[in-house]
Design a protein around this ligand. Structure first.
Ligand code: ZN
Length: 292
């Protein structure tokens, strides 16, 4: 990693949402069910593990409960390599489409699948498609009640399916009636025009030139002294996956840039320091910055 002599790098947060390509909201619609498509998540995730091992990086892997249930050995492999195991729901249903009771049941089921697979209880949560929005913020209280200490489900931007514009851009202690939770939003960069642009997503890394994401992370680290929270999916590094979308927009959002994605991830791992979510924002010393 390139840095000036004597200067400690900021540890950014790297997260991987472990799901099959047909769980992506652009592909699945509601995301329910486990269709008879070719399961590829094991090979795709092992490719990611190999990259991380080569670059000596540990990250947070948010496991879909349904994947943990079908591929318990994979969850054990991820944990054995020293990565943090988080929860990405059971069935990839969007939180704002669920009732609080349905969300609670889905989360409990996912936690049990992950525990059964690797013996670890996940304490970090990522909602499918960032679906904790203004109308589903009640989910954070349920996560606290279920023992979660960290959530990374809020994208503080305007988007057609997710986002809470105006939500703090950096990790913050969020108070719920059940107690606090550390909310770690996905990275955004503030332009001089005061406009916010998304930085953290696998889609932006895949669809745009590498320098877009790199410049965003540098700006957050250097100008604000804060870590950036980035994510991608294992299927985004697999150019040979079946094409399952029907509309042009969904096809572009899902499949464009697959072939160059591995090289871009490698560059990120070389250019920046990364760690798992709770290592960057530990529970004992939250070091939370409230930015509204
Ligand atoms: Zn997902």
């Amino acid at each position: 990693m390139k840095r000036a002599r004597g200067q400690q790098p900021i540890i950014n947060i790297l997260s991987v949402d472990v799901e099959e390509c047909f769980h992506a909201t652009e592909v699945s619609g509601s995301g329910n069910g486990y269709p008879e498509a070719r399961p590829a998540v094991e090979a795709q995730t092992r490719h990611v593990l190999e990259l991380f091992e080569r670059h000596r990086i540990s990250a947070t892997f948010f496991m879909l409960g349904m994947v943990a249930e079908k591929h318990p050995r994979l969850v054990r492999e991820i944990a054995k390599q020293g990565h943090e195991i988080g929860c990405h729901s059971y069935a990839h249903s969007l939180v704002y489409d669920l009732t609080p009771q349905e969300f609670r049941q889905d989360t409990i089921r996912a936690v049990r699948c992950i525990e059964d697979a690797c013996g670890l209880t996940p304490r970090t949560y990522r909602a499918p498609s960032y679906s904790i929005t203004a109308k589903s913020l009640w989910a954070l209280e349920i996560l606290v009640e279920l023992g979660f200490t960290h959530d990374s489900s809020i994208y503080p931007i305007r988007h057609d399916r997710y986002g809470i514009p105006g939500f703090g851009r950096h990790a913050q202690r969020y108070e719920t009636p059940a107690g606090p939770i550390c909310e770690v939003p996905i990275a955004t960069a503030q332009l001089s025009s005061n406009r916010l642009v998304p930085v953290g997503g696998g889609g932006y890394l895949r669809l745009l030139p590498y320098c877009y994401t790199a410049a965003g992370v540098r700006r957050i680290n250097a100008s604000e002294g804060q870590p950036a929270c980035l994510y991608f999916h294992p299927w985004e590094l697999d150019p040979d996956q079946p094409r399952l979308t029907s509309s042009l927009v969904s096809t572009l959002r899902t499949y464009r840039g697959l072939r160059t994605m591995t090289g871009k991830v490698e560059r990120l791992l070389s250019d920046f320091a990364f760690g798992p979510l709770t290592a960057v924002h530990p529970v004992e010393e939250p070091a939370l910055v409230l930015v509204r």
